[in-house]
Ligand binder design. Structure first.
Ligand SMILES: [Zn+2]
Ligand SMILES: [Zn+2]
Length: 114
């Protein structure tokens, strides 16, 4: 499910997709399974400022996210500005970075123009 989505999913989106196969699936089941997959290191949590956690496969290459403020979906994008550590204050050692773009996804941007 997480592999085919190609973007991080929230628990409700996981439930919506899961119910296509198991119509009576509950949100509690989703949370239980997310906890197990996290424990097993198969999925990773994606934390965006002011958003409930999302989940994506743990083995993805380094990538960043675009959050649509209209539909609320979060998308992956490839590419990275690279050496962001150069912006750290002198003497600071950067270990990692996260980067999120906010705006409208293509579908929402097209809907607005109509
Ligand atoms: Zn959107
Ligand atoms: Zn990066």
């Amino acid at each position: 499910m997480f592999k085919t989505a190609k973007r991080p999913l929230g628990p409700q989106e996981v439930l919506d997709r899961g119910r296509k196969a198991v119509p009576n699936m509950s949100l509690a089941t989703v949370y239980r399974n997310l906890a197990m997959l996290l424990d097993d290191g198969l999925i990773a949590r994606v934390e965006l400022p002011g958003q409930p956690p999302l989940y994506e496969p743990a083995d993805l290459d380094h990538h960043h996210h675009f959050h649509c403020e209209v539909c609320g979906k979060t998308y992956d994008f490839e590419g990275c500005p690279g050496d962001l550590a150069r912006f750290a204050p002198a003497g600071f050692e950067t270990r990692r970075h996260e980067l999120t773009l906010f705006g409208r996804c293509a579908a929402c941007a097209a809907a607005k123009r109509r």
